[in-house]
Write a protein that binds this ligand. Structure first.
Ligand code: SAH
Length: 398
């Protein structure tokens, strides 16, 4: 007969307020610090049992002593073995993508809360897997061990690399750590999306390397683009290289020289001639629009302008200005692909901004497609924070 575990082996019990409990019952997975009634002595990153004020069990979570998001639900049930649950969730994440991800060997393998592994991002670039840890819970030794071992068993990569975001570690009060390989010794590779090839370097680039969330939008943009194309905020050439399939001439603009250097190597890898311009996009669009420059296809994929709700108005003005200038330059029959990756800007806000910009420059737009992030970045219906990318494809009719 198995013995009941002693009290000391039980996970700490965190008591949450009615409001916090309601949030979990509504399907969200976060509980804010202001809704913690008693932390049960939980240590940073601990696996904790979550109960309401009447002692009713609400599930198992990872606790953070630093973040305003004190609780991130791991399971609505009891979990006593973190190793087992991390392994299972990674297997489920891989299985989910098997039926969805096509025409690529680069995709997001684990998308944090949306894959029920809060605080863990895993991306695959052909034979290199890269991961990023965002919370105390995922930074714990058992979680790290389980994830590296499971990823290598399931995907057999040549290498696994950790990409550290020092700012996030500081906010989570985690000790500093450096990026680098944690398994294998390959640090560069070539991956492909929709038949376009890209260089990948473990230590280079932004985020975990490429903007994989745009993969399906690249293919959609290539379907409509034609004539002369302009990719604004082109980074390493994701849209520009896809545009080159259907446009006669393509220009990419970015303020980052290192990004453009990779973009140029990517163009060479694909045997494409693309013009790269290092410039501030706002200045360049203003000057080009004033000079009467015209294009048939324009992509706008700026960085997130609204990092918090407070920035919303400024962000909307930024989006309006960019879109207005792009619309001025688009020839009738042209295509605008315009994106926003600010979670705080809703799809309705974004559509309205584009509508206002069109009105101001007396252009008439038809909505060809209202798109979002690639399906390997799943959106959890009751966790709105998992939906962040908007991508509108517009036809300039007049
Ligand atoms: N479209 C890209 C991703 C763009 S990310 C892709 O699909 O891969 C945003 C890019 O905007 C970054 O490369 C960053 O260097 C660039 N950027 C940020 N501010 C800028 C500015 N003011 N002018 C031009 N580029 C800028």
């Amino acid at each position: 007969m198995s013995r009941k575990p002693s009290d000391s082996s039980q996970p700490p019990r965190v008591v949450i307020s009615r409001r916090g409990a309601q949030r979990l019952r509504e399907g969200h997975v976060w509980v804010y610090r202001s809704d913690i009634v008693a932390d049960g002595g939980a240590t940073p990153g601990a696996l904790v049992e979550v109960v309401d004020e009447r002692g009713k069990a609400l599930g198992t979570a990872l606790y953070s002593s630093a973040s305003q998001i004190a609780i991130r639900l791991l399971s609505p049930k009891g979990v006593d073995d973190l190793d087992k649950v991390v392994r299972q969730r990674i297997q489920q994440a891989i299985a989910y993508r098997e039926g969805l991800v096509h025409d690529t060997d680069a995709y997001r393998v684990v998308f944090s809360e949306a894959d029920f592994l809060p605080g863990l991002i895993v991306d695959r670039y052909n034979d290199i897997v890269s991961f990023q840890v965002l919370t105390q819970g995922m930074d714990s030794e058992p979680a790290r061990k389980a994830l590296v071992s499971e990823l290598s068993e399931q995907l057999h990569p040549a290498a696994i690399a950790e990409r550290v975001d020092p700012k996030i570690r500081e906010l989570e009060q985690l000790p500093a750590r450096s990026s680098g390989l944690v398994h294998g010794d390959k640090s560069t590779t070539v991956f492909s999306m929709n038949g376009v090839q890209f260089h990948y370097d473990v230590m280079g680039g932004q985020k975990t390397g490429a903007f994989l969330d745009q993969r399906e939008n690249y293919a959609a943009a290539a379907q409509y683009a034609r004539g002369e194309g302009l990719d604004v905020f082109c980074y390493q050439g994701g849209f520009a290289l896809h545009l080159a399939k259907s446009c006669a001439k393509v220009t990419g603009v970015d303020s980052s020289r290192p990004a453009l250097e990779v973009a140029d190597r990517n163009a060479e890898l694909n045997g494409r001639e693309i013009e790269w311009i290092e410039a501030n996009a706002f200045d360049l669009l203003r000057d080009y629009a004033a000079a009467g420059q015209a294009y048939d296809s324009v992509i706008l994929d700026p960085p997130a302008f609204a990092k918090s709700k407070r920035d919303l108005d400024t962000a909307l003005r930024g989006y309006k200005e960019l879109n207005l200038r792009a619309l001025k330059m688009l020839r009738p029959g042209g295509v605008l692909v315009t994106c926003s990756c600010s979670y705080h800007v809703s799809q309705a806000d974004f559509l309205q901004v584009i509508a206002e910009a069109a009105r101001d420059v007396h252009r008439s737009l038809r909505v060809l497609e209202v798109r979002s992030q690639a399906q390997d970045h799943p959106i959890l219906l009751n966790v709105p924070e998992t939906a962040y990318l908007k991508c509108l494809i517009m036809y300039v009719s007049l």
